[in-house]
Design a protein around this ligand. Structure first.
Ligand SMILES: Nc1ncnc2c1ncn2[C@@H]1O[C@H](COP(=O)(O)OS(=O)(=O)O)[C@@H](OP(=O)(O)O)[C@H]1O
Ligand SMILES: Nc1ncnc2c1ncn2[C@@H]1O[C@H](COP(=O)(O)OP(=O)(O)O)[C@@H](O)[C@H]1O
Length: 604
């Protein structure tokens, strides 16, 4: 059996062919047992159908009890020689928001199905939004029933573009499109002969290959203690790793007490001693010193602690049809292995999942609604933001009178005790409107040159504009930063904050930063969206060979000679944007022409 596991969440209605698609995956990858196959064939014949009706394999979802609430999520298991798979399948009925939030929160990949005839529907957008809210790093849009649109490439391209435009507003780090016919098996497991124009791989191939190992958080070691095992002179702490890696000998910190000790031994459920353990393994950890550690404590590494706080900002999805969430109410908050009372201090806004509009005047959240709240807990909570760690960043709220789980939440951060001082001047009252143009690309791709041209054109036209150039800022504001992934992320975060100030002030902020990581750029975009500011991502797509031939500062030569390590494009990654507003390629003209293309976009 292959070791690597991919958790996959599907969502959509039966009409889109989801059940048939899952059935097809199971059927063509030959993971079905022969008696199951025979039963399907028999049932299909009885119904007078020519094909084995693969939907019969996946329909009839069982209600499951999990964490005290009934959810209709069916889990299916299959394996190929490359990987093991768990499919959490959410039915497409009204309660799906709740079901998806509970069923898909640990998924590595979300698979959204659309019918090629109908295209992108409201529910496809909703699923994509939920997938991004849940932090699912990979998204696949399967355009199904391609046979019913004559295997049309134009139709596929049209749907892809429409979806891409919507996905641009979300933070989706990886988006893939596959045209399929689940009924006939085209591009599910085997390559389609009817769509020779499709250059990608069949769905299963993608599922087998998609890189998920690096999505896991192996940095922040977190072990919430579930229970204490005491037997004679044995004392161990059982639980499930919520992040990172632990090894015998590691120095560890126990929170909230703050006591330090070392890991003496790590034992797997069968009693086998482990050389190391990583999330999401369930293990028993023994410590060198006999400390007073109990359920709800958290073991981490001394240099890397979670946040501890009583004021939390969180996105919550409301599950109850018997009550609503409203400021002032208190609930039991269950977070990792801890429980504490929590009061809803404020509802900041309710989100319309279809339009992404924020309604700040909303007074409450009803069934399936999502909104941002500020919670105040009685005991401090040891957490990480959900984006960083889905296990220590999530919680559920339980209504004490009914004992119902009424909400699931994702912590966005600590609600700071610093109060935002509102201005008396509104943006509309300023003479000009600002926004951010974000140029990303390899070193020497032409970002700075195009940015300078754009600044010149804007100022000549009487529009205030100002360049924020990575190189230049690294002389001052960012002089303390290097080029490791964490420093580049911090670089992007700071420049984002500065660009927002300029844009808020009515100036066009023109950022030119390599900004090689998709996730960092997605945060820059999200921060602008949060502040109601436009963000225009421009990918200066100059191939590495061209950049290297230009090499105006001789940096590539130095990197090739080994004088500079971790140089983007040479021995450090560059992740191209998935859905930039504009792509500039060398054939598109000189820097002035390129700058004009950006200007047209701003005016358009
Ligand atoms: N290791 C390594 N990797 C990439 N770039 C390096 C490195 N070391 C120095 N330089 C020079 O720094 C410039 C990139 O800075 P940025 O702030 O744009 O980079 S990043 O966004 O933080 O990735 C970049 O300038 P530009 O050529 O203008 O892009 C490089 O000349
Ligand atoms: N559109 C373009 N066509 C041809 N050369 C360009 C173009 N834009 C920039 N260049 C040249 O490429 C080199 C690198 O440009 P620069 O703006 O410094 O890149 P970056 O800021 O991305 O590192 C410069 O020598 C510049 O003259």
């Amino acid at each position: 059996m292959p070791q690597e596991l991919l958790r996959l969440a599907t969502a959509g209605s039966v009409d889109d062919g989801k059940s048939t698609l899952i059935g097809r995956l199971l059927f063509d990858s030959k993971t079905l047992f022969t008696d199951q196959l025979a039963a399907v064939e028999r049932a299909s014949r009885d119904r007078g159908e020519d094909y084995p009706n693969l939907a019969l394999l996946t329909d009839g979802l069982r209600a499951e009890r999990e964490q005290g609430i009934t959810i209709d999520v069916a889990h299916r298991y299959f394996a190929t020689p490359r990987r093991r798979f768990i499919i959490a399948d959410t039915p497409g009925h009204l309660q799906y928001t709740r079901n998806m939030v509970t069923g898909a929160s640990t998924a590595d990949l979300a698979l959204i199905l659309v019918d090629a005839r109908k295209g992108v529907l409201e529910q496809s957008r909703r699923h994509a939004f939920l997938a991004s809210l849940l932090g699912i790093p990979h998204l696949v849009l399967c355009v199904n029933k391609m046979d019913l649109v004559g295997w049309s490439r134009e139709r596929f391209d049209e749907i892809r573009e429409e979806f891409r435009r919507f996905a641009m507003k979300l933070s989706v780090p990886d988006l893939t499109f596959v045209p399929v016919s689940a009924l006939h098996g085209d591009n599910v497991v085997h390559r389609s002969t009817s769509m020779p124009w499709y250059e990608g791989v069949p769905l299963l191939h993608h599922l087998e290959e998609v890189h998920v190992a690096s999505d896991r958080n192996l940095v922040d070691a977190r072990f919430p203690v579930q229970y204490v095992i005491r037997r004679d002179d044995f004392r161990g702490y059982a639980g499930t790793l919520a992040g990172g890696v632990f090894k015998p000998g590691d120095e560890v910190l126990v929170l909230p007490s703050g006591l330090r000790t070392r890991v003496r031994e790590i034992v797997a459920p069968g009693g086998r001693e482990l050389a190391e353990a990583f999330a999401p393994q369930a293990v028993t950890i023994r410590l060198t010193d006999d400390l007073d550690v109990g359920r709800g404590d958290l073991i981490c590494r001394p240099g890397n602690r979670p946040h501890s706080g009583q004021d939390l900002d969180a996105m919550v999805c409301w599950f109850s049809d018997r009550s609503t969430l409203a400021p002032g109410a208190t609930y039991t908050l269950r977070h990792t292995t801890r429980e504490t009372r929590a009061e809803v201090r404020s509802l900041d806004y309710r989100l319309d999942v279809n339009t992404l509009h924020r309604d700040e005047s909303a007074a409450a959240l009803a069934l399936n609604e999502i909104g941002r709240v500020h919670l105040r807990t009685r005991q401090p909570v040891l957490f990480d933001p959900y984006r960083r760690n889905r296990a220590t960043g999530s919680f559920i709220l339980v209504d004490d009178t009914t004992n119902d789980t009424v909400a699931a939440g994702m912590i966005t951060g600590a609600a700071t005790p610093v109060v935002w001082h509102a201005a008396t001047v509104t943006r509309d009252e300023r003479p000009t409107r600002g926004l951010t143009v974000w140029l990303t690309g390899l070193s020497a791709s032409g970002k700075s040159t195009v940015a300078a041209e754009l600044e010149r054109l804007l100022v000549a036209a009487g529009r205030p504009a100002y360049r924020l150039d990575g190189d230049n800022l690294r002389h001052g504001l960012n002089a303390d930063l290097g080029f490791g992934a964490a420093d580049r992320a911090e670089n992007v975060r700071r420049v984002t904050a500065v660009a927002q100030l300029f844009a808020d002030a009515g100036i066009v902020a023109i950022v030119s930063l390599i900004s090689p990581y998709r996730a960092d750029r997605a945060k820059a975009r999200a921060a602008h969206e949060d502040a109601g500011l436009s963000f225009v991502e421009v990918f200066v797509d100059t191939p590495l060979e061209v950049c290297e031939a230009r090499d105006p500062k001789g940096m590539y030569a130095r990197a090739r000679a080994g004088e500079i390590r971790g140089f983007t494009g040479v021995d450090d990654p560059y992740e191209p944007p998935v859905a930039p507003e504009l792509v500039l390629r060398p054939g598109d003209g000189d820097p002035t022409t390129m700058a004009s293309a950006i200007l047209n976009l701003l005016d358009g």
